[in-house]
Design a protein around this ligand. Structure first.
Ligand code: ADP
Ligand code: ZN
Length: 224
């Protein structure tokens, strides 16, 4: 497998469905899914030094400082595996500085496409108010679609809870931060000719089909 797996970035407001779609696409294309949000939540849950550093930013819906995010991503890519095998990034990059850093990290393995999942803010607010997540594997549920057994994750048996940053105050801050800090990278990827916007409203499976259609139009499996 030499540079043969798909290389994707998913963009979209908090609650646009990046995590759900990244998990589906990761299974479909057989490439890893890296969510910086999941990495930070796990670090907080385990009380690692990085977890202690980032907890306050997560709780208030502020961005973790670029230098910390870049350290985590650089470590992840350092061994080179994801560059060769392919990857789906969800929640990174989120600032122009991070987008420029990613171009360095890619080191001659360009992204195939950057997918911007578009969902109106009213829909986002409804989704996040009812969202529940597995503390162990990050699988997401909604109060209208709970796990089969009593807030126990269907995938891994972990506990399913509301995220600490899914409160009204933190969510409105995350939406503001998205507009201010992350929207500028949409233009960055437009200029690189990588950006595709996909409608994110509807069943998860419908959104997945739209994404796969766009990806398959731009990616040749087995390329080197
Ligand atoms: P959402 O997209 O729903 O806001 P994420 O799980 O992607 O959720 O991110 C949760 C939180 O983790 C963010 O509010 C932020 O504090 C932190 N975070 C995740 N990824 C990044 C990043 N690339 N840069 C800065 N902060 C990040
Ligand atoms: Zn789970």
């Amino acid at each position: 497998m030499n540079g043969s797996g798909v290389r994707l970035v998913l963009l979209g407001k908090p609650g646009a469905g990046k995590g759900t779609q990244a998990a589906l696409l990761s299974a479909h294309y057989g490439v890893e899914h890296l969510s910086t949000g999941d990495v930070f939540r796990a670090a907080v849950a385990q009380g690692t030094p990085t977890g202690l550093e980032v907890k306050h930013f997560l709780d208030t819906g502020e961005l973790v400082p670029d230098e910390i995010v870049i350290r985590v991503v650089d470590e992840h890519f350092a061994a080179g595996g994801p560059l060769e095998d392919g990857f789906i990034l969800d929640g990174f990059p989120r600032t122009l500085v991070q987008a420029e850093e990613l171009e360095q990290v890619l080191d001659g393995h360009p992204l195939d496409v950057v997918l911007d999942i578009e969902v109106p803010t009213e829909t986002i607010l409804h989704r996040i108010a009812g969202r529940r997540v597995c503390v162990n594997c990050g699988a997401t549920y909604h109060i209208t679609h709970p796990p089969t057994v009593d807030w126990t994750c269907d995938v891994c048996g972990g506990e399913v809870v509301q995220r600490d940053d899914d409160t009204e105050a933190a969510v409105s801050n995350r939406l503001e931060v998205y507009e201010r800090q992350t929207v500028p990278i949409i233009d960055f990827y437009k200029k690189l000719g990588k950006l595709v916007t996909v409608e994110g409203v509807g069943e998860g499976s419908e959104v997945q089909e739209r994404l796969i259609k766009e990806i398959d139009g731009r990616f040749q499996p087995g390329r080197r």
